[in-house]
Design a protein around this ligand. Structure first.
Ligand code: FAD
Ligand code: NAP
Length: 336
């Protein structure tokens, strides 16, 4: 086990925040985790692609960089394939693997940054699909007791950008492998969300394949979302609030043009980006940090910004949205 000390962790988070940790340890197997536990290093923090964290101070912890790899078919029948994926695989590489094998289920989740191990953590979602729709189970190791546990779907409390690992079991388990069930046959493609149908139609595609949907999502994302290699960010900083219908009726009285998406249970989802834009923050720059000029939901580090300043800006945005619309917006990014 090699502990890298005195290293900047800037390359390991997509916000590009410069900070230090007690040490950085690369983990490429379950045995590596047991070695760390035997050495009684603590506290421990797990990092995958660092695309959903905001580091606000130097970390008084050992950072475990998850590099457990492998994509393995463990079972299949006529219609479905069960695949176990090492948690350190890049999520998008897994999607590309599925698409190249003509397996359906994750094509709408193309080009989401980060690792497979973090996907259940916030139940990643995009373009009308969430990872829990294909999730079967995951393997994890408890970071204090060293015990192994398999979590089945019903034990994970998956919700809108949340799971038991983001709340009750936060920082307790190292997720080492995730098993998904993808479809070979009888699959339906979801092309109704956002601009997918428009892109397919522009390309003259009437009966899209899994590959076509993945390509469409990739091209939309490339055209709309800031690339963390060019400007530091962690995607959507806040979750879209889901409010009661009566609250929505009050809001629409004052803002007839408010975008809204009715939910199955009668509540209404409002895009947080719209609220933030109306509150006047879109494109705001404060020294090296700010709010993206095209995506108000994305906070940015133009280079050399401090995590704590980004967090302060996030709190200002939250307070202003609450004052103007009486709506609470919750942080999606994990604050460290
Ligand atoms: P990290 O940021 O490294 O970690 C996130 C959290 O998970 C941390 O608390 C960490 O401790 C924990 N964690 C990581 N790995 C493990 C593990 N193996 N075991 C236990 N805990 C672990 N998200 C979406 O849902 N949909 C999107 O469309 C989307 N688009 C994005 C676009 C951009 C440009 C960016 C920058 C981000 C986007 N995100 C999106 C957010 C992010 O990519 C996802 O949340 C992703 O799953 C984070 O993976 P990661 O490996 O980078 O996690
Ligand atoms: P968009 O298409 O501009 O839409 C803005 C918001 O409205 C989205 O957040 C989305 O909610 C909601 N929405 C749009 N069409 C909808 C529909 N038909 N039904 C229900 N809700 C709808 O969004 P975008 O910023 O370009 O992102 C596109 C997709 O990628 C979204 O699903 C978004 O969540 C995902 N994404 C996520 C992150 C992240 O970091 N979490 C970053 C970038 C993109 P939902 O977010 O609930 O889908």
């Amino acid at each position: 086990m090699q502990i890298l000390k005195d290293q900047s962790i800037r390359p390991y988070n997509t916000f590009g925040i410069d900070a230090t940790a007690k040490g950085l340890i690369r983990v490429s197997s379950e045995n590596d985790i047991y070695e760390i536990l035997v050495a009684e290093l603590s506290p421990l923090k797990i990092i995958g692609g660092g695309s959903n964290i905001l580091i606000t101070k130097d970390l008084d912890a050992y950072l475990l960089k998850n590099e457990i790899k492998g994509i393995q078919v463990i079972d299949e029948d006529e219609d479905r394939v069960m695949v176990e994926v090492g948690a350190g695989e890049q999520w998008h590489n897994f999607v590309l693997w599925a698409v190249s094998h003509n397996l359906a289920g994750v094509e709408n989740l193309s080009l989401i940054p980060g690792s497979v191990g973090a996907a259940p953590m916030q139940n990643i979602g995009a373009y009308g699909v969430e990872q829990n729709e294909v999730f079967h189970s995951l393997k994890a190791i408890h970071l204090e007791k060293g015990t192994r546990k398999v979590f089945f779907k019903y034990e994970c409390d998956f919700g809108y950008r949340e799971s038991i690992f983001k709340y009750e079991l936060k920082d307790q388990y190292f997720i080492t492998h995730v098993t998904y069930i993808l479809k070979k046959n009888n699959h339906e493609l979801n092309t109704s969300y956002g601009a997918i149908a428009d892109v397919l139609s522009e390309n003259g595609i009437k009966t899209p394949t899994i590959q076509d949907v993945s390509d469409a999502v990739i091209s939309i994302r490339k055209s709309k979302l800031p690339d963390p290699k060019k400007v530091g960010n962690a995607g959507s900083f806040f979750k879209n609030p889901v409010i009661s219908d009566s609250k929505y009726q009050t809001l629409v009285g004052s803002y007839p043009q408010i975008p809204h998406y009715p939910q199955a249970d009668g509540s209404v989802k409002i895009p947080a980006g719209w609220l933030i834009e109306k509150a006047g923050f879109k494109g705001m720059t404060l020294g090296q940090i700010g709010v993206h000029r095209d995506q108000a939901l994305v906070l940015v580090n133009h280079g050399g910004g401090a995590g704590n300043d980004i967090y302060t800006l996030a709190l200002d945005i939250k307070a202003q949205v609450k004052k103007l619309f009486a709506v609470d917006i919750e942080t999606e990014v994990n604050i460290w």
